[in-house]
Design a protein around this ligand. Structure first.
Ligand code: FES
Ligand code: FES
Length: 161
């Protein structure tokens, strides 16, 4: 049944008419034009569709739109108000992407990890990042550089580039 859902995405309020079980991913990409969030597996297994709902990373492919109503959704397009997030800068510095398909999801997960580590004043270890990225697939096998970049972002070194 089609219903109207009120969503706040990257600080903007949208009214979207669709069935409540429509995946948030389809609303973001097809209705709001936010195609930075990627469709990989569609089954909660690859992490390509990761966005934040109330500052917590979730898979947009298995989040029904009804459950996102009344929350603050952030996508890679709205991660920062100006300039790259330290994770994005570090990924650039390390030339960590190849095809880049996995990276918007990894950026959203990595930014949550880095923001938390910086708040706690405890930089991430490679093991922390590996555990944090456990649900993210990179088909290009760029994991080594991605992990190094996220560790560096947590230290603040990427801010000085
Ligand atoms: S597309 Fe959502 S986890 Fe793969
Ligand atoms: S850079 Fe290609 S899938 Fe990760």
């Amino acid at each position: 049944m089609t219903e109207t859902h009120t969503l706040t995405v990257n600080g903007e309020v949208h009214e979207v008419a669709c069935p409540g079980d429509t995946p948030l991913l389809w609303v973001l990409r097809d209705r709001l034009g936010l195609t930075g969030t990627r469709y990989g597996c569609g089954a909660g297994s690859c992490g390509a569709c990761t966005v934040w709902v109330d500052d917590t990373p979730v898979h947009a492919c298995d989040t029904p739109v009804w459950s996102a109503a009344g929350t603050d959704v952030a996508t890679v397009e709205g991660l920062t108000e100006a300039g790259p997030h330290p994770v994005q800068q570090a990924l650039i510095d390390h030339q960590a992407g190849q095809c880049g398909y996995c990276l918007s999801g990894i950026v959203m997960r990595g930014a949550a990890l880095v923001d938390s580590a910086r708040s706690a004043r405890r930089p991430l270890t490679a093991e922390d990042v590996k555990a944090g990225l456990d649900g993210h697939l990179c088909r290009c096998g760029a994991h080594t550089r991605i992990i190094a970049a996220i560790v560096e972002a947590s230290t603040g070194m990427s801010d000085e580039a």
